[in-house]
Design a protein around this ligand. Structure first.
Ligand code: ATP
Length: 196
């Protein structure tokens, strides 16, 4: 049984493909969701963030004030490293624990979505990486079509993320997400249902 790390740039189809994988009966985890849980009120990630950055990164309701934290990071590049030094080890630990739980069900494979896999490097618990690949123009088009971010923000995110080439360089498996979903589903089935 292998543990796969699933990654891809903005609009590359991570959410869509993860749902397809779940529909095949293969369990998945989402490193970003685990990260969000860690910064919920009273959770250890948020506690540590407040110890490091002070209580002005909290809202009046005791939630993480993302805008305030973003401002801190803009003002001081070192703050970004501090934040990552707090959260990344915690995310890794929780993800690893969740993988161990899932292993007990003896699934054909486990897939962990890690959006920043190319940026942060492959953690030990990932056996192989799956990179979702799409020409950048289509990435932009799909992210725009979803309508949650303006074009300038999407372009800025794309510039700050790993390049398409850098992502392909860490890929054990590349899945193009421009074909129809039915075709992608067959590719995934062949890859993930083979219990090696
Ligand atoms: P983000 O990084 O912004 O969260 P994402 O990588 O999770 O994005 P999705 O939200 O899954 O990407 O996909 C982006 C858009 O592309 C969605 O509107 C989705 O419906 C569409 N899409 C994904 N795969 C395909 C496909 N094979 N054919 C057509 N449209 C697709």
């Amino acid at each position: 049984m292998k543990v796969y790390g699933l990654t891809g740039g903005i609009g590359s189809g991570k959410t869509t493909i993860r749902q397809l994988i779940e529909a095949l009966g293969i369990p998945t985890l989402d490193a970003d969701a685990i990260g969000r849980e860690l910064v919920a009120p009273n959770q250890p990630g948020l506690v540590k963030i407040v110890q490091t950055f002070g209580s002005d990164v909290l809202t009046e309701q005791g939630e993480l004030n993302r805008a305030a934290l973003r401002q801190r990071i803009l003002e001081n590049p070192d703050a970004k490293h501090k934040l990552e030094a707090i959260l990344h080890p915690m995310i890794r630990e929780r993800t690893q624990a969740a993988i161990e739980q899932l292993r007990r069900q003896n699934p054909p494979a486990i897939v962990v979505e890690i959006p920043l896999l190319a940026e942060t490097g492959k953690p030990d618990y990932i056996d192989e990486t799956i990179v979702l690949d799409l020409p950048e123009a289509m990435q932009l088009q799909r992210a725009l079509q979803r309508g949650t971010l303006p074009e300038a923000d999407i372009r800025r995110l794309m510039e700050n993320q790993a390049s398409r080439e850098a992502r392909l360089a860490i890929a054990d498996h590349v899945i193009r997400t421009d074909p129809p979903l039915e075709r992608i589903k067959q590719t995934l089935q062949t890859l993930l249902e083979d219990r090696n």
